[in-house]
Write a protein that binds this ligand. Structure first.
Ligand SMILES: Nc1nc2c(c(=O)[nH]1)N[C@H]1C(S)=C(S)[C@@H](COP(=O)(O)OP(=O)(O)OC[C@H]3O[C@@H](n4cnc5c(N)ncnc54)[C@H](O)[C@@H]3O)O[C@H]1N2
Ligand code: MOO
Length: 401
């Protein structure tokens, strides 16, 4: 049986992902979205020379020890001083207020001694002192956030400062999730003999949600061909962009997901990857809909979603930068690997030696409690002989977007 290399599978998936489509959203709805058009400044920021301190706007050359300047007015944020500061004069000014014409420095009020309208200063400023010059932050026409970048709270703050009420961001896919298996019951159900709680969808939905417009949970369906066909028909009738099934992906007599998908018009691109866990992953398309058939084992489902669906979703959104694979020293040795690439559960640990990655030695793809401890997946190459503690290894951060 030939197994597809991981890179080939990712390439095959990315080739099916459509180009990003832009939609306008208001700033308050844009967090986490990915820009499809650059954010370009439409004005200089600050829009005027602004004071960085509460104090006095002065002509720097006029400030001499024991000399008094005459205060001729006040400039406050939102209400600047209209006149000009002449020789021997100063203006009371507050943080963020426009620096009046004639003044070329601001002295903070802690350095001032005031007698009525006369002010002397204990500091002799250089021109430009405590002034934020016009355009110092950004200039009209400057690209502030590029297309393909994800909006974060800090970037949204800049977008608002640039006076953009709405942004063009990538439309997110609508995702449908369906669990298959006769043995499955929803969480909270008393377990009859042979039954298993269906957990996969509860991990997959939040894993995929940050990239999705919606993640619809189509529940559990048994391994009966007619029921599975009917349920998948109703999934496709909802016209999702991406369908994710779990279970029934392997070669057993009840593993009928592939057969039913094919009968419903899905074209299969591949089935079975040279990896563990997650070997029986299948991927295809039905019209414009991408279809991922994940293995039922819970660790296999979460690992294949992380390794294959996440990159597809990033590509869908037009994200320009793929997250760098971490290179971290091992906190403990790894055992030799088989011919399949191993995505090894691991923990990120921080100690005196810095950050290290600690392998979790559980390899059972049904072992959920060890998965719950993992915040990294060490990418162990095919036929890797095993590495000593301290060796640098590649790892994927489970929570990385
Ligand atoms: N003869 C072979 N048998 C198996 C092979 C193989 O190559 N030859 N591959 C194994 C591998 S690797 C995997 S992975 C599994 C994948 O099997 P399926 O995708 O067909 O999954 P199921 O048989 O339906 O379930 C496997 C396991 O996971 C539990 N499960 C299923 N769905 C859920 C769910 N939603 N939540 C929680 N747990 C779930 C299910 O009860 C089973 O225990 O096949 C191997 N077999
Ligand atoms: O690949 Mo299966 O997911 O190892 O158990």
């Amino acid at each position: 049986m030939s197994l597809l290399p991981v890179e080939d599978a990712i390439a095959a998936i990315l080739a099916r992902v459509p180009a990003p489509i832009g939609e306008e959203v208001s700033l308050s709805e844009a967090n986490g979205r990915v820009l499809t058009a650059p954010l370009i400044a439409r004005h200089d920021q600050p829009p005027f020379n602004a004071s960085a301190m509460d104090g006095y706007a002065v002509r720097a050359a006029d400030v001499q020890p024991r000399a008094f300047l005459t205060q001729i007015g006040v400039s406050q944020a939102g209400a600047g001083f209209d006149g000009e500061v002449g020789p021997g004069q100063c203006v009371r000014i507050f943080t963020g207020a426009p620096v009046p014409a004639g003044a070329d420095a601001v002295i903070m009020q802690e350095q001032a001694t005031v007698f009525g309208d006369n002010v002397s200063f204990s500091e002799q400023p250089q021109p430009g002192r405590s002034i934020r010059p016009i355009g110092n932050d950004f200039a009209n026409g400057q690209v502030l956030i590029r297309a393909g970048e994800r909006l974060t709270p800090m970037r949204l703050s800049v977008a608002a400062a640039a006076n953009a009420p709405a942004l063009s961001v990538a439309r997110r896919p609508r995702i449908a999730v369906l669990a298959t298996g006769d043995e499955l019951v929803v969480p909270g159900t008393p377990l009859d003999p042979g039954m298993i709680v269906a957990s996969n969808s509860y991990g997959l939905a939040p894993l995929l949600a940050p990239y999705a417009e919606t993640v619809g949970d189509f529940g559990i369906v048994g391994d009966d061909p007619d029921q599975l066909r009917q349920r998948l028909e109703s999934v496709f009738a909802d016209a999702p962009d991406i369908v994710v099934t779990t279970g029934g992906a392997s070669v057993g007599d009840h593993d009928i997901v592939q057969e039913i998908l094919l009968s419903l018009g899905v074209t299969l691109d591949f089935w079975r990857i040279n990896m563990r866990p997650g070997k029986p992953l299948m991927f295809g398309t039905r019209g414009k809909t991408l279809v991922f058939g994940l293995p039922g084992n819970p660790v296999s489902a979460m690992v294949t979603a992380s390794v294959f669906i996440k990159p597809a979703l990033r590509h869908w959104l037009g994200l320009a930068v793929t997250p760098p694979a971490w290179r971290l020293p091992l906190a403990a040795p790894t055992p030799p690997n088989s011919a399949r690439r191993h995505f090894m559960r691991a923990q990120l640990v921080h100690g005196a030696a810095g950050s290290q990655v600690l392998p979790i030695f559980e390899t059972d793809s049904g072992h959920t409690s060890s998965m719950a401890q993992a915040d990294m997946l060490i990418v162990q190459p095919e036929h890797d002989p095993g590495q000593p503690a301290g060796a640098m290894v590649e790892a994927i951060a489970v929570d990385a977007f």
